[in-house]
Ligand binder design. Structure first.
Ligand code: DAH
Length: 346
């Protein structure tokens, strides 16, 4: 048995091999089950103890060495294949990558969420109400009886006769919440939601828009509580330096009623296009809840008092993000919506 020769044969046979499949076949020829070296190993069984002692280690060493030859050769072939591949598949890392556009929440939603978060932290519940509403809640229980001229201002969409309509304001949710609380416990709620009016759509009007309604009923509540609350909301949205001003106004369901103005964040009160050169911008209607409204909703006005407010959500968002056309909130032009994201991160 010429161990040296077997090893040299292997070395010669695999020297020029470039394909791992071919290499594998040669490997089988030598160390496969019936391979040349495997035969030698199984022949050991037939030998005498002395012969085994002599040849055993030699054959074993041969086997290990040959296995190593095959493994090294195989690694070499694989490395060559990889290098060849890399050479042919050049990747130009200087090419610009394909950008996958990422979606983001609508900015109107974002603004509403910001207000919600703040008011939740002040102990308010966020509640919902139906958009298809009864006249009773949208008007009557808000102290606006049938035939009252205040109804005309709200160009309402009636759905069925005079009783079922698309809510023209989120204020009916005040009534619904008070009824649910049964006149027994304090109320702190906000209701952001869609409202509808028979408006022609233009840059500042839409037949559908959103309001953020708020109501607080408790004991010893006064106009100053309303002022403080509005001030916190406005400062959160527009910054600490923004001032709030209340102007007398008129709503059937509040007494006194006010119009809430904020100091113009753009010109800081000097006068510009945004504030129509007045230095102030109107953002909400509000007031102290009218005793009739409390009474109709089951709250005794001798015991309870409260305040309410209604922000125009689009108006807030337009001011906050510098948008001059309200229709963009409802279109699906992604390129346009993406610019608001950029503005926000500026
Ligand atoms: N609902 C009123 C509107 O749509 C806005 C409003 C005014 C809401 C005064 C209120 C409020 O809660 O107290 O014009």
């Amino acid at each position: 048995m010429d161990v040296r020769k077997i090893k040299d044969d292997v070395i010669n046979e695999i020297k020029e091999i470039k394909d791992s499949k071919v290499l594998y076949d040669i490997r089988v020829k030598y160390i496969g089950k019936k391979g040349i070296i495997s035969e030698l190993v199984s022949n050991l069984g037939k030998m005498t103890i002395e012969e085994k002692k002599e040849y055993g280690p030699i054959i074993n060493t041969l086997k290990q060495e040959v296995i190593k030859l095959f493994d090294d050769k195989n690694n070499e072939i694989e490395l060559n294949v990889l290098n060849e591949k890399l050479k042919n598949e050049k990747i130009d890392i200087s090419l610009p990558s394909v950008k996958v556009p990422i979606g983001s929440p609508n900015i109107l939603e974002k603004l509403i969420e910001e207000v919600e978060e703040l008011l939740i932290s002040l102990g308010y519940d966020v509640v919902d109400g139906p958009e298809v509403e009864e006249d009773k809640y949208n008007f009557e229980m808000l102290n606006i009886p049938k035939g009252h001229p205040a109804r005309d201002a709200q160009d309402t969409f009636y759905i069925k006769g005079e009783e079922i309509l698309l809510r023209s304001q989120t204020s009916p949710v005040q009534v619904r919440t008070m009824l649910e609380y049964k006149g027994e416990k304090p109320v702190r709620m906000i209701c952001p939601g869609k409202t509808y009016r028979r408006d022609d759509d233009d840059a500042t009007h839409s037949h559908q828009f959103m309001q953020i309604e708020g109501l607080l009923v408790d004991k010893d509540i006064s106009l100053s509580d309303l002022k403080g609350t509005i001030d916190i909301i406005v400062k959160k949205l527009f910054g600490e330096n923004i001032e709030t001003r209340f102007r007398p106004s008129y709503y059937q369901f509040t007494e006194p009623s006010v119009e809430v103005d904020i100091s113009c964040f753009n010109c800081k009160g000097k006068g510009c296009n945004i504030c129509k050169h007045t230095g102030w911008i109107t953002v909400a209607g509000a007031g102290v809840v009218h005793p009739n409204v409390l009474k109709m909703s089951g709250y005794d006005p001798k015991v309870w008092s409260g305040f309410a407010f209604g922000f125009g959500a689009e108006r807030l968002a337009m001011l906050k993000y510098g948008i001059d056309d309200l229709r963009v909130f409802y279109n699906t032009e992604l390129r346009e919506l993406a610019t608001f994201d950029r503005k926000e991160s500026d």
